[in-house]
Design a protein around this ligand. Sequence first.
Ligand code: AHR
Length: 637
Amino acid sequence: MSSSKATYCLLLWILVGAHSFCDCHDFEIKQNHTATLVVNASDVARQQIPPTLFGIFFEEINHAGSGGLWAELVSNRGFEAGGLHAPSNIDPWSIVGNVNVINVSTGLTSCFERNKVALRMEVFCDGSSCPSGGVGIYNPGFWGMNVEQGKTYKVVLHVRSLASINVSVSLTSSDGSQVLATNNLIADASVVNHWTMLGFNLQAIGSNSNSRLQLTTTTKGVIWFDQVSVMPIDTYKGHGFRSDLMEMLVRLKPRFIRFPGGCFVEGEWLRNAFRWKETVGPWQERPGHFGDVWNYWTDDGLGYFEFLQLAEDLGAAPIWVINNGISHRDEVDPTSISPFVQEMLDSIEFARGAPDTTWGSIRAAMGHPEPFDLQYIAIGNEDCGKRNYLANYLKYYYALKGAYPDIQVISNCDGSSTPLDHPADLYDFHVYTSASTLFSMNQKFSTTSRHGPKAFVSEYAVTGVDAGKGSLKAALAEAAFLFGLEKNSDIVAMASYAPLFANINDKTWNPDAIVFNSSNVYGAPSYWMQTFFTESSGATLLDTKFQSNMSTPLVASAISWKNSQGDYVTIRIVNIGDDYVIAHLSIVGLDPTSVQLTGSKTTVLSSSSLMDENSLDYPHKVAPVTDSFVKKVPRWM
Ligand code: AHR
């Protein structure tokens, strides 16, 4: 054994389907199988893991952002979701009162050039002839607004009327009977006879997770409304991100964030793809768009700027997936792709350009004069096989390298089996498969060429019957797969699970790592599995070998790492089989006297059934449980 001056805490993380195991380093299994895990902590058996190996992939899918991470409470705040025409459907807005006392319609009357639809509300009753509480409109948000007692909500709306107005702006229960916060918007005709932005803060005197916003009046006349927003004040770092969902992300310590999709970037048709220029600048002026792959409208409050801000707030490297002129159903010909290429170059100027550049000045005006640290661009999503992909890709690639040679370019083509036929710094690799297949893909990159671009496993998950809505079984297979990525991290640069978020009211994709409604959130087992890897990026990988005479699917990985509190060796073991195993742990190359048992811990992710899932009612059915490492001195010391 070589000696070391540092003292190490041992962190043993166990992910098992076969539930029972005893304390410390021995855990017991049904068939009395035994295995010895040998961890070599000596200097010769060490490999450096890249600092950005594990991150997250945020896609606007399942209302992940709109009605999710983006804390805006009003759904369809600009009345454009029903189409950019008038008349249009104003869903989910509806009326308070009935058609005898109020009429609402849409018209192309807004002061905002890119989103002309505004709401016209005509009130026929006056004073005591109106129903008590008045008449008007309400918005239920995204399946109910979460209003919490004592919290403050910022209301901003745009209004116009030829006469003076007196409008009650209230947060109420879903039927309007419980008033949680209210204020009167009173303005003279001279103020509102042209479009005017008005606003104030509302403080809630009660709580209700299924609330709505009401705009009501008892004054006869016509009022136009547009761009109505309600944001909680206490968003993460004041940047508009829902705090409880951000906490879930912060716990993962993501080293990068890929955004904003996925298929969301492509669109079913190009006309519905994510176009970043329409998502920056003042929120009121953004047109919003219908994401036709996942079939919902987004006001694009969570736009390109906010994604860059999100990355910065998480301390994660932004990975910007740019639309490359290709959607699911149509493609721009290479002969006419140059405006799209310019759009990408402009996006980099927006992120990194000086405040006196055309696009950098817009970023600066949005409150971020310093450049964002954008170093990665992915050219498209899952488009490799498409007719125009390669020709378009090359135009993007050379334009990018010419203007920004330091930016790392990510190709959609898989280079894991055969080398790419085009230049790239990284290539995208996606895998959605069964538990047994992903488990066996533990070896996936072992035979990949050690030369050329590195792999970015930007989407991985167990799906189908093994996964259900998010099972322990899926998490175990994924952990085994990640062990393989750590071992091959000389050529695998980054990896992220997909999808990250789902609002439970629009779960179009199963499973998802983090599931929420207006007020609650839980992590699927696959989310908790990722917490076993939060210290891997930048750590030192140690050599591990299982000595066993059985075929039970057992895999392990070990790392050493340090933080300001000390030095650690983390050993992780996955047993996805049905059999219990007595596993003996042997660590070589580490001076036993350097091990500090008091700070050492065991963490177990398990449950009584492999198919167990978490839910809003049982958020921690399958969640890590941490205990002290030993209650007695382990045998190996
Ligand atoms: O993660 C869900 C979808 O799966 C992504 O949008 C797409 O890239 C993949 O097909």
